[in-house]
Design a protein around this ligand. Structure first.
Ligand code: NAD
Ligand code: DAU
Length: 339
């Protein structure tokens, strides 16, 4: 089996590459990544010499380059993680989100149509469903919840999902879509909540909590997400959407306090800052379908996953120190001021 994994130098994509090389040692994994600010080749150094692995630096919007890669590799499957993924950046500048997340997805699917494919899998997000109110804990996102987006990021992901379903219906492309809740774990870029708070704690820097910190996210350890995608591409039904989430809802402020506690840092580092524009209040996934149809359940409890994650950041300082020493500084100052 030859699988093209796009965005494999990013957070979830790299964890998926490691998962697939370990679980399917007879598969060939071709990682296609543009290496934007969010993609790091150092993340993949442990697999670079694996004969079943190939890295190709390429933009998914580069039609000629993508078609050439399909001619060379004859992939059986494509799993598309490549995306601009940060909501705050999409609020500052939506255009690259539309380009990569929508146009890039269409280029990949056109290549699949041109050269044939057993499965095109789109890695999507629970953010396409919008948000849920805090005072209705009985409500969850199911696969039939209407698309109702809030940010340029989620709108671009929803646009891609609609295109994927259209390519299935119109051209018969064998597609699946997964919509997952917030992931955490190793190699998470330090602009996102959990790694940002860990890194700032370690530098005794202010911990910028948006609004009152009452927004709720449904956290899933990244390896559990990777297992879900592995199951969907092998056993999922073509044309179907699968929600992936762990019934692990937490308020942002509680996460930040937990990280302070684990690292022995004072809560006085917490600084309430201006809220995110259009900030989604609560995400909560109902994973009944993937559980009933594919037998998937999350395996890592948050209490264990967050400890493992913090240990990883403590043991892999060179990975994130290199990242935050470059362009990231400019982004950080633009986003949070000099804090
Ligand atoms: P990430 O930002 O860490 O990684 C994205 C990767 O895509 C990077 O390696 C980047 O270089 C690459 N990339 C960006 N534009 C590209 C282009 N034009 N061509 C080729 N490569 C390009 O993102 P992530 O958090 O790992 O998310 C991966 C996917 O999962 C995204 O599609 C995201 O929408 C989705 N998702 C993320 C989460 C989460 O909690 N992080 C949850 C649900 C879904
Ligand atoms: O739900 C899945 C989505 O989860 C993915 O589709 C996105 O790619 C991924 O980035 C993530 O989006 P969020 O916006 O939920 O993640 P983020 O880590 O940016 O923020 C989590 C919460 O923490 C959110 O309510 C905003 C808040 N926050 C975030 C940052 C970066 C803060 O309070 N302070 C911060 O500095």
């Amino acid at each position: 089996m030859n699988i093209i994994v796009t965005g494999g130098a990013g957070f979830i994509g790299s964890n998926f590459v490691f998962h697939m090389l370990e679980k399917h040692p007879d598969y060939r994994i071709i990682c296609l990544d543009k290496l934007t600010y969010a993609g790091n080749l150092s993340t993949l150094k442990s697999v670079m010499d694996n004969p079943n692995f190939r890295f190709v630096k390429l933009d998914i919007c580069d039609r000629e380059g993508v078609y050439k890669l399909f001619e060379e590799e004859h992939p059986d499957m494509v799993v598309n993680f490549a995306a601009e993924s940060h909501v705050d950046r999409s609020i500052k500048d939506p255009s690259v989100f539309l380009q990569t997340n929508i146009i890039g997805t269409s280029v990949l699917m056109d290549a699949c149509r041109e050269y044939g494919i057993k499965r095109y899998h789109q890695v999507s997000t629970d953010e396409v469903y919008g948000d849920l109110p805090l005072d209705r804990p009985d409500l969850f996102f199911t696969e039939t919840t209407p698309i109702h987006t809030s940010s340029p990021y989620s709108s671009s992901k929803a646009g891609a999902d609609l295109l994927v379903m259209a390519y299935h219906r119109t051209f018969g492309l064998p597609v699946t879509i997964s919509r997952c809740s917030n992931n955490y774990g190793p190699y998470h870029f330090p602009e996102k909540l959990i790694p940002l708070m860990i890194v700032n704690c370690l530098h005794d820097k202010p911990l910028p909590v948006y609004g009152e910190g009452l927004n709720v996210r449904d956290w899933l350890y990244v390896e559990d997400h990777c297992r879900a995608i592995d199951l969907i591409i092998h056993n999922g039904t073509v044309g179907e959407v699968y929600n992936v989430g762990g019934h692990n809802e937490m308020k942002n402020i509680d996460i930040v306090k937990l990280i302070c506690h684990e690292l022995g840092k004072p809560e006085s580092l917490i600084t309430y800052v201006q809220d995110r524009k259009g900030h989604d209040m609560r995400y909560a996934i109902d994973p009944t379908k993937i559980h009933n149809e594919l037998g998937w359940l999350p395996e890592t409890k948050f209490a264990d996953g967050i400890k493992k994650t913090i240990s990883w950041y403590l043991e892999n300082r060179e990975w994130w120190e290199e990242i935050i020493s470059g362009d990231y500084q400019t982004y950080y100052e633009r986003m949070y001021g000099q804090s």
